[in-house]
Write a protein that binds this ligand. Sequence first.
Ligand SMILES: Cc1cc2nc3c(=O)[nH]c(=O)nc-3n(C[C@H](O)[C@H](O)[C@H](O)COP(=O)(O)O)c2cc1C
Length: 196
Amino acid sequence: MNMMLSEHESLAFISGRRSVFPKELEDEEVNRDEIMRLLEAARWAPTHKVTEPWRFVVVQGEALTEFRDIIEKVIIEKGLGKDPIEEKIACTFSKLDRVSALIAIVMKRDDRERIPEEEEQWATACAVQNVQLHAKSLSIGCYWSTGAGREHSTVRSFLGLAETDFHMGWLFIGRYSAEKRLIKERRPVSDYTKWL
Ligand SMILES: Cc1cc2nc3c(=O)[nH]c(=O)nc-3n(C[C@H](O)[C@H](O)[C@H](O)COP(=O)(O)O)c2cc1C
């Protein structure tokens, strides 16, 4: 099916996407089938030489409980920043307790390294944006986070990442069906475009 959206429909769909943060999520779970349907959108991202470098590791159920313990240890070990450790742990737990799943976003390097690494990261980011755009149609709320021990070796081994896999962060996933308003107006196209 080659469905055409009008210019207005297309832009309304893209501009209507919003990050949904854990505190905004509803109680109903997002099930495995819905997560598979959500990730289907990644398939259609642009990819140089069609290397399809995106991988997703879905952490849910008991694995999410296990991850909670891991991240607590990681926070204690890192002794993060200016906030007291207990506050940082409580803040992280409050997010994890509200999600149905955490999805690790991973770039898998092409075996033959035909493409510069950053291009594989860009293709993976395109795949993530497809997923974020598709989420609304499934009443799934999500946001991309680069926190939560992304580069830590314990987190990497929990996810089963190979040395050359690049962990690009997490999608925090949960149920959300309400409308969200734009918090901050965006710059007009003339501000970010230069004509030669
Ligand atoms: C690569 C990337 C990393 C992000 N990391 C975080 C993060 O660590 N924490 C966070 O609160 N939001 C993060 N965000 C989401 C932004 O906060 C969000 O996109 C921004 O607030 C704009 O809102 P919108 O997505 O509804 O347009 C990230 C977004 C991107 C693209």
